[in-house]
Design a protein. Sequence first.
Length: 147
Amino acid sequence: MTVTEPETAYPVEPAAPRVESSPLRRTGSGLRNFIRRAPLSAFWGCIAAAIIVIAVAAPVLVPYEPLKSDFRAMSKPPNERHYFGTDQIGRDVLSRVIYGSRASLTVALGAVLFGTTLGALWGLASGYFGGRFDIVSQRIIEFLQSF
């Protein structure tokens, strides 16, 4: 088997110089690709981001104090003043839900940080000590993940 040289060679034009795009432009491009490829995930990601923004901005957004009672508005159904209505002692339910989301997100963030820290330390110890410690710790992790 032989390789023959082509009889005619065509000149190759040099490629255009590569222009580096800004990090913001690359992020926007990646975000557009994500929205195009997974629109449902992008939608629910926006919903989650909106919930987080509302929880963080609760002191500015809530119409009433969550613990303040209005005895004239006890057990009222949803209306133009109280969008979710009021409870048995006249507290605005919407304000309580928004402030409750702050507590829930705080607990969730704490659990994620605790789990990540514990897992990283356990993994470092398992990698450093190896041997029996690694085997036993992997069996413990498998046992915990089975639930």
